[in-house]
Design a protein around this ligand. Structure first.
Ligand SMILES: O=P(O)(O)OC[C@H]1O[C@H](OP(=O)(O)OP(=O)(O)O)[C@H](O)[C@@H]1O
Ligand SMILES: NC(=O)CC[C@H](N)C(=O)O
Ligand SMILES: [Mg+2]
Length: 582
């Protein structure tokens, strides 16, 4: 999953520090543990591009977490009052530094682009861009395709200056040609920022504004994956972008338009189960309240199952962090004590996102420690938000037994996950999913539980839609194998399994080792681009029109691992390293 963010200030103050702060709040969408970052090729990446005087772009991006990569020194060099940020973990292409976002194209106008989601017709798009648009695609990233489609559509206007209608039209063209999930933020040099959400509203996105502190009567605007960014940065009145809608923000204000009619409104329910922060509200549904409702529903099920089996539970124990909210609710409903029996090492991140099964397994143990006094001689009910590969459950059940538990019952707030996610969550291979091809009893035996209780899909959907009844449908494909966009065939699933299963990624990881880039003679992890030599003019035009694009002096560190596509095998290369003028 990824986090996207864009901010446009009313003033020309530097926006980079706020973008970095916002990205920190989205880090859970691309979180990976410290051990991985130092021991192996890092999967996570992040980046910021700002637009400064004379429409010049300033960029810092690369592998690593926000707090490490976007340090004060780097941020000080990112000039300008508008910018785009991205926190990535890959669902297409590789984890190579060259695929870190935001992406940039110089033509037309200078566009910077960040994407959360995953496209399902990339072969087709790649073919079109190669054979018809004649645009060079330099990585295996689906997001680079999306940006180039957008650029192609804007290019077709043939205009020196574009306006809002041109952008809306270009976004419509993109939506009409792409299939899959996408929430995107973009920026045009010297013009403004814009964003859009796919016609099924699968990935979340919204916007907000606040009064400028420096420009009287002016507004600062932001758009982001989750509302938590809006709250923390002091923006107000969060508005969700609708499926098929695009928004354009310039210094003149915001315009929203439905560019294609919504096909469905089916947000990915896994955002509520696991991905999103509990303090976010997505499409009018508080993630926290939906997780409470999941706990309530699971309690009813658990009571019935436990009674039927004649089991009396002594204690309910959550698997930190995500399941805590639901587990507390479940314990209260059952009238059983809730105890934090697993202590989490706060310096270890989310294990689910880590690359490679062996690493994930080891790190469950590094991350969680069982306190014997909460397990010894007890019948324990362990609650997790989901059981995906079964790595966590298998390890912690063994830990519970080692700590003296008499019986271990496992409960999952989500139903069994049996199908890949093709919309931006890295669950690409059926074979890796513990419940694929297994009954509940078989899953239970595999993870070593005495009994395993899963939420029903009906209860999960009800838990989310009860908070906002206007959202009647969710993408539940990981549970059902029914994909809201359609067009996800058996052939396609086998194809992505071939590209993205753990074993394939392990090989690709070696090929995709991040390029080291030299900036001003220093070796750095980041693609750090400083373009302007001295303060120039305004960074954003009065809005409405762009004057022939911005001025960008260099692009850095390009390399390619190849998706195996027949039409593209671009060479590894580095273009224009070094600082232009400063
Ligand atoms: O069955 P698995 O493949 O192990 O995946 C499921 C687990 O992964 C996630 O935890 P994670 O450690 O990523 O994050 P958290 O701290 O937010 O719970 C999720 O909350 C489950 O605990
Ligand atoms: N998780 C995501 O949203 C990833 C975005 C995009 N598909 C990439 O791999 O970079
Ligand atoms: Mg967890």
């Amino acid at each position: 999953m990824c986090g996207i963010l864009a901010i446009l200030l009313a003033s020309t103050n530097n926006v980079a520090p706020e973008l970095a702060e916002g990205l920190q709040l989205l880090q859970h969408r691309a979180d990976e543990i410290a051990v991985v970052r130092f021991a192996e090729d890092s999967q996570d990446a992040c980046g910021i591009v700002t637009c400064g005087p004379k429409g010049r772009f300033y960029q810092c991006k690369g592998n690593g977490m926000v707090r490490d990569l976007l340090d004060a020194k780097s941020l000080a060099q990112l000039v300008g009052g508008m910018g785009v940020g991205h926190a990535r973990y890959p669902t297409a292409g590789s984890s190579a530094q060259s695929e870190a976002q935001p992406f940039y194209v110089n033509s037309p106008y200078g566009i910077v682009f960040a994407h959360n989601g995953n496209l399902t017709n990339t072969d087709h798009l790649r073919y079109y861009l190669d054979h018809y648009a004649h645009r060079h695609i330099n990585t295996s990233s689906d997001s680079e395709l999306l940006l180039n489609l957008l650029a192609d559509a804007l290019q077709k206007t043939g205009k020196f200056r574009i306006d809002e209608d041109d952008i809306f039209r270009a976004v419509r063209e993109v939506m009409q040609t792409t299939s899959g999930a996408y929430a995107c933020s973009a920026m045009i040099a010297g013009y403004g920022i814009f964003g859009f959400r796919d016609p099924n509203g699968i990935r979340p996105m919204g916007w907000a504004r606040r009064r400028s502190e420096t420009v009287e009567g002016g507004w600062d605007y932001m758009m982001a994956s989750e509302s938590v960014v809006c709250d923390a940065l002091g923006f107000q009145d969060w508005v969700d972008v609708k499926p098929g809608e695009a928004i354009i923000i310039t210094r003149d204000g915001l315009t929203a338009r439905e560019v294609v009619p919504a096909r469905t409104f089916a947000p990915d329910i896994f955002e509520h189960v696991y991905f999103a922060r509990p303090d976010s509200v997505l499409d009018g549904i508080s993630v926290y309240r939906s997780r409470m409702a999941m706990g309530d529903a699971l309690a009813v099920q658990a009571r019935n199952k436990l009674e039927a089996e004649g089991i009396k539970v002594d204690v309910v124990i959550p698997v930190p962090d995500t399941s805590r909210v639901a587990a507390l609710q479940l314990a209260q409903n059952l009238g059983v004590p809730y105890r934090e029996g697993f202590v989490k090492n706060r310096y270890v991140g989310r294990t689910f996102i880590m690359p490679g099964q062996e690493l994930r397994r080891k790190n469950v143990r590094r991350k969680l420690n069982a306190m014997a006094l909460e397990f010894n001689e007890k019948v324990v009910l362990i609650v997790d938000d989901s059981i995906v590969r079964g790595t966590t459950s298998k390890e912690i059940i063994q830990m519970a037994r080692d700590a003296g538990a008499k019986k271990v019952i496992m409960a999952s707030c989500a139903p069994p996950i049996r199908y890949p996610n093709v919309y931006g969550i890295d669950m690409p291979s059926r074979k890796e999913l513990v419940a694929h091809g297994r009954t509940i009893e078989e899953v239970s035996a595999y993870i070593g539980a005495d009994l395993t209780i899963f939420q029903t899909l009906e209860d999960l959907v009800q838990a989310c839609s009860s908070i906002n009844p206007k959202i009647e449908q969710f993408d539940c494909s990981v549970f059902t194998g029914e994909y809201v966009t359609g067009g996800v065939s058996e052939e396609y699933l086998s194809h992505i399994e071939g590209l993205r299963a753990d074993n394939v990624k392990a090989k690709a990881g070696a090929r995709g080792a991040p390029a080291m880039v030299t900036v001003n003679g220093k070796s750095t992890k980041a693609d750090n681009v400083m373009l302007a030599s001295e303060p120039l003019n305004d960074d954003v035009s009065g809005g409405g029109e762009v004057a022939g694009g911005g001025d960008i002096s260099q692009v850095v560190g390009l390399s390619n691992e190849g998706e195996g596509g027949a039409h593209h095998e671009p060479p590894s290369m580095v273009i224009g390293l070094g600082n232009s003028s400063s």
